[in-house]
Design a protein around this ligand. Sequence first.
Ligand code: F6R
Length: 242
Amino acid sequence: MKLIIAKSYEDMSRRAADVLAARVKEQPSCVLGLATGSTPIGLYADLVSDYEAGEISFADVETYNLDEYRGLSGDHDQSYRYFMNDNLFDHVDIDKARTHVPDGACADAEEACAAYEAAIEAAGGVDIQLLGLGHNGHIGFNEPCDEFPKATHCVQLTESTINANSRLFNSVDEVPREAYTMGIGTIMKAREILVVANGEGKADIVRRAFFGPVTPEVPASILQFHPNVTVIVDEEAGRLCE
Ligand code: F6R
């Protein structure tokens, strides 16, 4: 694992954008695994700037997002599809037909998850997977539990995640209670993984995930077993890493 402690959120974002941009330049038809949340907003803005400066094209890139709320269609402004369009896809030359987010509007969980897993396989797998880190160590919506979930599946969100995400909805009651997410097995199959985390509030979980025991109670800790992981944090989130 390579750990980079960046000076600030802006520095973390730029360095992470550089890792993704380098991959796209080297392999224009690569498959990117993408994440939503507040952490990657800066790095997506940097990728948009790179595109506007003529430095990068996404024309042949294919993307698979980690997760989506079950019950929200892509035009809901809190859906992860909407987030991706708003923060990245609408501002670059990507072919939207090549961008994929689990289908939150599909009520049949088994069908939605199996189709997503099959689509990733058919695309040849994810070349580089971007991950944020939940305060409880979740990656995607893989919450702390007794065993690592393997494939894309439907999860019940924990109270802590529902509360954390409620800032984005009008009230906590509007936050969906379930989501479709890539499994830990799906994530671990990516050929390369890039984790970003910032802020004092992530310092403890960064330490536990990357320097503590590997346990499904801290889902991100499994990444210690992945052969090609880069973790980029700002100074606050990296404060407890020696
Ligand atoms: C988002 C996702 C989540 C977030 C995590 C951190 O697609 O899967 O695991 O990466 O909750 O969220 P932020 O960046 O808002 O702290």
